[in-house]
Design a protein around this ligand. Structure first.
Ligand code: ADP
Ligand code: MG
Length: 726
């Protein structure tokens, strides 16, 4: 039988191993297993491992036996029912730096024969603590060969100096995975190489078979580095080819053109109470020109909170409406959708009174559609959408439901804010007869590498300046344990309220019946809005009008609270991060974030963008228990030290795991991108973009490289939900 990457593991491995690989790790084929890369490499002489163990972690460590001691084990009275007396074997192991760990074995005294001083091994188990010492109870282990070249009693898998450590399961420790990989590598020594050969040779990359051998069983650090580079290149090139091809395809699609200008847009511009910023003019001109073309626009609009993106989007929508099309604005939350609806209707004035007596002839209707609307509320809205009477349709994911039919959807605007997700764009776009124009707005500045991957099929524009008259925001970190500072914090809130302004107090948790930290340690749970609002009402902020807002309120109540706050009927809004995106109350000047270290950098930056939106300077106080110098405290200090959204976005990216960056919507990409780091491999990503562009230009079907084309198609079709499908 010939074995290839598609051969099922059941056919080449023992039944038990194959089942454990399939059930525990989801690996079914030889290719799956060879693509299950070690997540690190242990070495004889590892220094750092034992110093950094955390209680409760499942670990696999390389260490050297120092001593083995047999003790007699007597259960404490009343405990260990029926266990009786027994032998306890304690084995002390150490890393090269002398950090030690105790292994315990009950009634397995015979193990002392093989766990002799000087022997290196891999030890796997859950880290526990006993009388102040870290230990592994009854760990699984595998002893290493006496030295790299000595085969006596050696487990062949561990003959090299770099020992692969795999993501493993309890049933399948890393050495069994290694053994299975070894077997399969022997059966498939040189699988066909998917990278185009000319490119591989020009760039001096390892061939595929060698790269797989060297990543699983590296001969040296140099080979390991070369193997990783080659495999990363493959990941990057496939991904960029999908993006470049998709971009080329959509450039060839037909869309309805909407000429520049038009009655309702001109009327709107004529009444704008302020001048557009230079950025708004430039980006506006870019978008206007693209809407006028016969191919769909795919554009990403980045701009910090308050930079005036919504206005740019509204002008684009009006250009489409002016020529008989409809525009949909998709918002991530009900609060934000309702607010967009309110502020857009307000900005339009009687231009939003389409169909009413006395409205200007160019007027249209602006409707709101959210999941919480009742059937009776929905009916007229759906009618207006279906007949085209509503030129502008604003909503949440409810816009995506069946039964929402557009007369002529020409432009889709997605207010994505800081969410790196695209799951909803496609569904909405599918409601248009021809591919609509698409504008994605995001408030988090996106680092270049992310823009090139997650949004790699979009053109990008940036709004870099804030509209004139925007006030600066001062940010300070407040130590929670410092009473004077805390008092000062609440005094500042009172002062602002006394001056006729408003405040936000943000907490990480809703509270009530929630058990989101269930099973967690002795740490205090994060502060909850439902508790904090009572505490503040009774004490620090007594006498002020406090409001409560969180995601579990019913939508009517949320809307009522937001309206009351916007109308100045509430002084202090105690809220969760539901206010993080886009909420706009210019009279709010102070924001107090409690347990600030629980929030991400970008989140904090978003949050503070809620204040300083009017003529009065904003103040943001980040209250935290994090110690000075701790990583959490450093993040807060970083947020306090700059309002440069790009700098903070880069920092945020550094601190997040890749999977989080790619987001849940990018599951396809996640399983494809195993080694490539958006942050560290910026050069490979940029270079592979150039190569992919050249490849697709020369040979759009990739006919010359069938193996490569197959990988590209696989990502594009089966798992392509991470991108737009035009
Ligand atoms: P973003 O969506 O980027 O967060 P918005 O479009 O919501 O920003 O704008 C924030 C506020 O600034 C709104 O009240 C808006 O009316 C106002 N605004 C927008 N553009 C300008 C401008 N050119 N001059 C003055 N104010 C502006
Ligand atoms: Mg906005």
């Amino acid at each position: 039988m010939t074995v290839g990457l598609e051969t099922r593991l059941r056919e080449v491995l023992g039944k038990k191993t194959a089942e454990a690989l399939a059930d525990g790790l989801g690996l079914d084929t030889a290719g799956d297993l060879l693509g299950h890369y070690p997540f690190r490499y242990a070495q004889r002489g590892d220094r750092t491992d034992l110093g950094s163990l955390a209680i409760g972690d499942d670990v696999t460590v390389a260490a050297q036996v120092r001593a083995a001691v047999k003790k007699t084990f007597t259960p404490r009275p009343g405990k260990g029912r029926g266990r009786g007396r027994g032998d306890l074997l304690e084995v002390i192991v150490a890393d090269e730096g002398g950090k030690t760990l105790t292994l315990t074995f009950f009634n397995q005294g015979w193990r002392a024969k093989e766990l002799v001083a000087g022997r290196w091994g891999l030890f796997a188990g859950k880290v526990a603590q006993f009388r102040g010492r870290l230990q592994l109870n009854s760990p699984q282990y595998q002893l290493l060969a006496e030295d790299a070249s000595d085969p006596s009693g050696a487990i062949e898998e561990f003959a090299g100096t770099l020992i692969p450590v795999y993501p493993a399961t309890a049933e399948l420790p890393t050495w069994n995975v290694a053994k299975a990989v070894h077997t399969v590598l022997g059966l498939v020594p040189s699988p066909p190489d998917p990278l185009p050969a000319p490119l591989r040779e020009r760039l001096g990359l390892l061939d595929y078979g060698t790269a797989l051998h060297q990543i699983h069983r590296p001969e040296s650090h140099e080979y390991l580095g070369a193997a990783k580079k080659r495999l990363k290149w493959q990941e990057a090139l496939v991904m960029q080819t999908v993006l470049v091809r998709r971009k080329a395809e959509s450039a060839g699609e037909a869309a309805d053109p909407y000429p520049e200008g038009g009655a309702i847009l001109d009327a709107f511009d004529a009444r704008l109470p302020f001048a557009l910023t230079r950025g708004q003019q430039e980006v506006g001109a870019e978008i206007a020109a693209e809407l006028a073309r016969e191919h769909p626009m795919h554009r990403l609009l980045q701009g910090d909170v308050g930079s005036g993106k919504t206005l740019v989007a509204l002008r684009a929508m009006l250009q489409v409406v002016a020529h008989g099309g409809q525009a949909a604005l998709l918002a991530p939350t009900e609060v934000l959708a309702a607010q967009h609806h309110r502020s857009i209707a307000e900005m339009l004035g009687d231009l939003a009174n389409g169909g009413q007596l006395g409205a200007p002839t160019e007027a249209t209707q602006v409707v709101l559609l959210t999941g919480s609307a009742t059937a009776a509320q929905r009916r007229p809205v759906l009618d207006a959408v279906r007949t085209g009477a509503a030129g502008i349709v604003i909503g949440t994911h409810a816009l995506l439901y069946d039964g929402v039919d557009f007369a002529d959807l020409g432009l889709v605007v997605v207010d994505e804010q800081h969410r790196f997700g695209v799951e909803q764009r496609d569904a909405l776009r599918a409601k248009a007869k021809k591919p609509p124009h698409t504008l994605v707005m995001t408030a988090t500045p996106i680092p270049r590498t992310v823009a090139m991957t997650v949004y790699g099929d979009l053109e990008t524009s940036r709004l870099t300046e804030l509209p004139a008259g925007r006030s600066p925001i001062a940010t300070h970190v407040v130590p929670y344990t410092d009473n004077r500072w805390m008092q000062r914090t609440w005094t500042r809130v009172r002062e602002e309220v006394a001056a006729g302004r408003q405040a936000y107090v943000v907490c990480p948790r809703v509270g009530g019946d929630e058990t989101d930290d269930a099973g967690a340690s002795d740490k205090r749970p994060p502060l909850a809005v439902t508790d904090v609002v009572e505490e503040l009402r009774a004490n620090q902020l007594s006498g002020l009008r406090l409001g409560l807002l969180h995601g579990r309120l019913d939508p009517d109540e949320k809307d009522r609270v937001m309206r009351a706050y916007a109308a100045g009927e509430i002084d202090v809004l105690v809220a969760t991060t539901v206010i993080e995106v886009g909420v706009n109350v210019p009279n709010a000047t102070v924001m107090v974030v409690l347990d600030a270290e629980r929030f991400g950098i970008s989140q904090l930056h978003q949050l503070r963008g809620r204040v300083g939106r009017g003529t009065h300077p904003g103040l943001c106080l980040l209250v935290s228990e994090a110690f000075e110098g701790s990583p959490s405290r450093e993040r807060l200090d970083a947020v306090a030290s700059t309002t440069d959204g790009f700098a903070l976005a880069e920092l945020d990216l550094e601190q997040r795991r890749e999977g989080d960056v790619l987001g849940a919507a990018q599951s396809g990409m996640k399983s494809h991108v195993k080694l490539l780091s958006l942050l560290k491999d910026a050069d490979i990503i940029a270079a592979s973009r150039t190569e992919a562009t050249a490849l697709v230009e020369a040979d759009p079907e990739l006919k010359a490289f069938p193996e490569f084309a197959a990988l590209v198609d696989d990502l594009a079709q089966d798992r392509g939900e991470f991108l737009e499908k035009g």
